[in-house]
Design a protein around this ligand. Structure first.
Ligand code: SAH
Length: 396
């Protein structure tokens, strides 16, 4: 018998809107025994069945919903069907942009809470971040093998958030040989190196794909500064679109080394590219002191806020880099600025950028609002899935 979670009165509202999380405070009691991550039924205070999900005793998010259909069994077939749906939904995009690198499953946004799977050429990289995802590890991997029988599989569940779910970070090759360090993916006719084992997140920032293409369009004949460049893929698009000069800045020498290889791989002109290992916060100020200017500046920093308490500090960080970046722009230049902090609302980000313009004593006009690529969808029932926002601005 599956255990049953009984909610407190009135606490079924979010579930009725099909939001996939139940917080610990919403729970009245549990009937029956339940293993870490196992499937439970959820009922309201009157005993009406609501949903079934994975029980996570250590997490504030105590249950993550697998299904709102009472007849659904959570087994390998269930995961196969959800994976298949996610793949099907991406096929047009994959064909249109010639993608061999794409997000196959975007967790809650693909109705698979805690499960992220990226497709990199002949490899699949998974992150199992919730108790339920870990509990069903074998079902998920078998379902993946069923959908992509020829692919290699790597586990990159080496993230600290697993601890909130009572799990340790872990990483390993699940299927196939991963001795070769770098894998090449294709998008929009460009080639990109991905470090599956040691790269950030699952190896690469697929979510910025559309923004790379958009950025490229602003770069013809321009001098460009790409802050927080990681492996420099904004530069591939910019140079292919005729950028005059492109500077990549990152703290990670490893990332910059791959950025250089990316330029070579795409047969672009290395003489037009600089690779600067530096702290962006300091370098922007140094450039300002030196009177250096650029036509286009890209700011794509890492997540500044992991929780609500860090949001104020995050705002200060965003304002600081945006202000100095605007001061470095030639009149009429373009600022492409992003925030990947899910906790940072889009309207607040826009305010912070507006404040940065005031402090920089520059006029700034928003010419485009930017978001994550469509293989990172946002389920309408899970607005938290919208995390990457950006603005393109003309700065006078
Ligand atoms: N723009 C990249 C992704 C950026 S991820 C892309 O399109 O792929 C954030 C990057 O910022 C990481 O590569 C990290 O090494 C770098 N980073 C973090 N803090 C930094 C700092 N203070 N100065 C420079 N780089 C930093």
């Amino acid at each position: 018998m599956q255990a049953t979670i009984i909610l407190k009165p009135g606490r079924e509202k979010a579930l009725k809107r099909r939001h996939p999380w139940i917080f610990s405070m919403a729970i009245n009691k549990i009937k029956g025994q339940v293993e870490h991550g196992a499937t439970v039924d959820v009922v309201d205070d009157k005993g009406n069945w609501l949903a079934k999900g994975a029980y996570s005793p250590d997490s504030q998010i105590r249950v993550r919903i697998w299904s709102f259909d009472q007849s659904q069994t959570i087994d390998q077939q269930f995961f196969f069907e959800r994976l298949q749906q996610a793949y099907q939904a991406r096929k047009a995009l994959i064909a249109e942009q010639g993608l061999t690198g794409f997000r196959l499953v975007a967790a809650e946004s693909d109705y698979l809470p805690g499960i992220t799977i990226d497709h990199f050429n002949d490899s699949l990289v998974c992150q199992l971040l919730s108790a339920g995802a870990e509990y069903h590890r074998n079902n998920i991997i078998s379902a993946l093998e069923q959908l992509f029988p020829e692919h290699k599989i790597y586990d990159r569940s080496d993230v600290e958030v697993r601890k909130k779910e009572g799990l340790l970070p872990t990483t390993s090759a699940i299927k196939g040989d991963f001795t070769e360090r770098l894998t090449i993916i294709k998008e929009n006719g460009h080639q990109i190196l991905v470090d599956i084992k040691k790269g950030h997140k699952t190896g690469f920032y697929l979510d910025q794909r559309d923004n790379r293409a958009i950025a490229g369009k602003y770069c013809r004949d321009k001098t460009v500064l790409n802050c927080f460049s990681y492996t420099g893929t904004f530069g591939i698009y910019a140079l292919a679109n005729g950028a005059k000069h492109f500077t990549n800045v990152d703290l990670s020498q490893d990332a910059l080394d791959i950025a250089k290889q990316n330029i070579e791989l795409n047969e672009l002109d290395l003489a037009k590219v600089d690779f600067v290992k530096a702290d962006v916060f300091k370098l922007l100020r140094r450039y300002r002191d030196e009177g250096k200017t650029f036509d286009v500046i890209i700011l794509d920093p890492p997540k500044f806020a992991d929780n609500k308490a860090q949001l104020n500090g995050a705002c200060r960080g965003y304002k600081d880099i945006n202000m100095v970046a605007m001061q470095l722009l030639n009149p009429g230049g373009t600022l492409l600025t992003y925030s990947c902090s899910g906790l940072m609302p889009a309207d607040l980000f826009q305010k912070v950028v507006a404040d940065a313009a005031l402090d920089a004593q520059r006029d700034a006009q928003i010419i485009a609002r930017l978001s994550q690529a469509s293989d990172h969808p946002i389920a309408s029932t899970f607005p938290e899935g919208f995390y990457l926002k950006g603005l393109a601005l003309t700065v006078r």
